[in-house]
Design a protein around this ligand. Structure first.
Ligand code: UDP
Ligand code: MG
Length: 318
């Protein structure tokens, strides 16, 4: 059996316009490198002609191509997981289909791993000097928050564009959690990581699948998935308000005893009810997030369902 040097795992959701161009770019990037490589495409329940295009690439087999077709859209994280399971290279690389991440960089990554035994992962972080101030402020704040809140440490702007050794791929597969937050998973499994900067290119075609709501949910997943500090914060908030309420009670009783007048407290009562009510909802929400995740995980559902897997015959291929 021939063992591949490198597997490119490519999640595709409505990328019909890009997959063929991606494959050309990959082939020309590795031309003359002396590596044999395979491409593992994961069709993440695309509604456009992505699967049709992928089937074409699979039939042509200009380079060894596998196609994993999921039964619906499971999200990029699940798609990556499905791809990792099929990847059989000594090195595995995660790369987007839209050509924002150039395959030539993968070649550089593999070279770094080849030359430096001490590194297991080469990760690209996005050079964001050209990005808007507001967006980069939010991103920085998010990373600061998550690093303070969680038990892992994330490098800001590190993407999931990375290449790693087989052993790392095995560890990633072992992380069978249902809510997958890949930045956190990478940080959690550890291994020594070498970071290289890269500048994301424009999307070759199609549109990005991210919007503000998705990003917000992704951020919450990151914090809840890797930290129980929000629960501790809820406990503290409860404790602080209980102490404050007790002090206020002493104050009110003393005031009544000393001055003898009732305190007109309508505004105070309304404010306190709203404030405490809000805080209770917040804390219940925080607890709910954890309970919900426990519930999801306890159902032990698969992370993805593959409807069809097209592979190639390794022996006849070479
Ligand atoms: N993707 C996916 N499933 C999804 C959303 C995205 O497999 O539900 C893939 C998509 O096809 C692309 C990669 O994930 O190859 C990155 O997505 P996108 O380009 O939309 O993200 P951005 O580059 O804007 O961060
Ligand atoms: Mg993209």
């Amino acid at each position: 059996m021939i063992i591949m040097k490198l597997s490119l795992v490519v999640p595709c959701y409505n990328e019909a316009e890009n997959v063929a161009a991606f494959q050309m770019a990959a082939i020309s990037a590795f031309d003359g490198s002396g590596y044999d490589f395979e491409i593992v495409y994961v069709n993440d329940g695309s509604q456009d002609a992505t699967l049709h295009e992928l089937r074409k690439l699979h039939t042509e087999q200009k380079c060894p191509v596998k196609v994993v077709s999921l039964s619906r859209n499971f999200g990029k994280e699940a798609a990556l997981y499905a791809g990792l399971k099929q990847a059989c290279g000594d090195y595995v690389s995660l790369i987007d289909a839209d050509l924002q991440q150039r395959p030539e960089i993968v070649r550089e990554m593999v070279d770094i791993l080849e030359k430096n035994d001490e590194y297991d992962v080469v990760a690209a972080y996005q050079d964001r000097r050209g990005e808007g101030k507001v967006l980069s402020f939010f991103k920085k704040s998010f990373y600061r928050l998550i690093n303070r809140m969680s038990d892992i440490s994330l490098k800001s702007d590190a993407s999931d564009f990375r290449t790693f050794r087989r052993s790392v791929a095995k560890s990633l597969i072992e992380m069978g959690e249902y809510h997958r937050f890949s930045k956190g998973i990478f940080a959690w499994v550890g291994y020594s990581t070498y970071f290289i900067p890269y500048i994301a290119c424009q999307r070759a075609g199609g549109v990005s699948k991210w919007n503000f709501r998705k990003l917000l949910n992704y951020g919450i997943d990151g914090i809840i998935g890797y930290s129980t500090k929000p629960l501790r914060i809820a406990t503290f908030l409860g404790g602080i308000s209980a102490v404050a309420a007790f002090l206020y009670l002493i104050f009110v009783v003393l005031q009544k005893l000393i001055t003898g007048i009732d305190i007109p407290g309508y505004a105070t009562i309304i404010v306190l009810i709203l404030f405490l009510g809000g805080m209770q909802l917040l804390c219940t929400g925080i607890i709910g997030e954890y309970v919900g995740r426990t519930f999801e995980q306890s159902k032990n559902r698969p992370i993805y369902i593959a409807k069809e897997i097209l592979t190639y015959d390794k022996d006849s291929d070479q």
